[in-house]
Design a binder for this molecule. Structure first.
Ligand SMILES: Nc1ncnc2c1ncn2[C@@H]1O[C@H](COP(=O)(O)OP(=O)(O)OP(=O)(O)O)[C@@H](O)[C@H]1O
Ligand SMILES: [Mg+2]
Length: 260
């Protein structure tokens, strides 16, 4: 029976890029309305796994996937699954803020317009609400018609989060969203995450152990046994337990900084 407490579920996932096996037999359940962190050494497949949740790997030639990924109990790789709807439901924020070369307003209105919303009052409302949710409204409300590129890095990242929120996703994937930001901007994003998790299921990839410990509820530790070997999940559990009482010696080594 499908358990509604888990919004996303991966079962026996193995992924190849050509002949290279990047992930092997991954199974993980992502709890609903919580923050789940993926941690692990460079190259262990965190970004690859994250991209499986909104089928971004479809865009990579030669990428083959076995196993299943379920969103709300439905196999997202099943025939006839609506990929456009999937990408709307499962938004993504990248390491480097990537606003469009448009105004702040048009960045946020972009997705809703694509989805057929044309009415100015409706769009005004969505823009304001999304910017408020992303804790950016106060800083930009008087310059909505200015280019987004003029914002600071931290503001641009919150703009990218607002852009994702504007299309009303259920899940937000974040691949090292703070690694290009200073500590103050990082803190703002972490505060924002704590607010957003009340309404969204969030997966965050991070290299920063403190960030995973501070910001997430659940943590999955991935690693590769050796160069050229596929990534696998060593341990998954509540963040507090993973960081205070890891079951696997390899997890302990990693979080205490003894390798990776
Ligand atoms: N498009 C691709 N084609 C071929 N191999 C790829 C591709 N993308 C990633 N890989 C390989 O898959 C493995 C996992 O890469 P991935 O980017 O998922 O790791 P990661 O854990 O996100 O690393 P990092 O922490 O450095 O971002 C690596 O060996 C990488 O070289
Ligand atoms: Mg990565």
């Amino acid at each position: 029976m499908y358990n509604l407490d888990y919004r996303l579920e991966v079962e026996g996932l193995t992924l190849h890029y050509g002949n290279f096996k990047a992930l092997e037999n991954i199974s993980v359940k992502v709890p609903n309305e919580r923050i789940t962190a993926f941690i692990g050494p460079s190259g262990c497949g965190k970004s690859t796994l994250l991209r499986c949740f909104n089928r971004m790997n479809d865009l990579i030639d030669d990428c083959k996937l076995e196993g299943s990924v379920f969103l709300d109990g439905e196999d997202i790789n099943g025939s006839g699954y609506d990929v456009t709807a999937l990408r709307r439901n499962v938004g993504m924020v990248f390491q480097k803020p990537n606003p469009f070369p448009k105004t702040i307003y048009d960045n946020i209105a972009y997705g809703p317009r694509l989805n057929g919303k044309k009415d100015k009052l409706t769009l005004d409302g969505i823009v304001e609400e999304s910017l408020r949710k992303a804790a950016l409204w106060k800083e930009v409300k008087n310059k909505l018609r200015e280019p987004a590129m003029r914002l600071s890095g931290g503001q641009q990242q919150r703009l990218c989060i607002a852009r994702v929120l504007a299309v009303e996703p259920e899940v937000i994937l974040m691949d090292e969203p703070c690694s290009a930001l200073d500590p103050v901007a990082t803190q703002r994003i972490e505060d924002l995450l704590a607010e957003l998790k009340k309404y969204y299921t969030i997966i965050i990839v991070t290299h920063n152990m403190q960030q995973a410990a501070r910001a997430s509820d659940y943590t999955a530790f991935l690693m590769i046994e050796d160069e050229g070997e596929p990534g696998c999940i060593v341990e998954f559990g509540e963040t507090e337990r993973i960081f205070t009482n890891p079951e696997d010696e390899r997890t302990e080594k990693y979080i205490t900084g003894r390798f990776g």
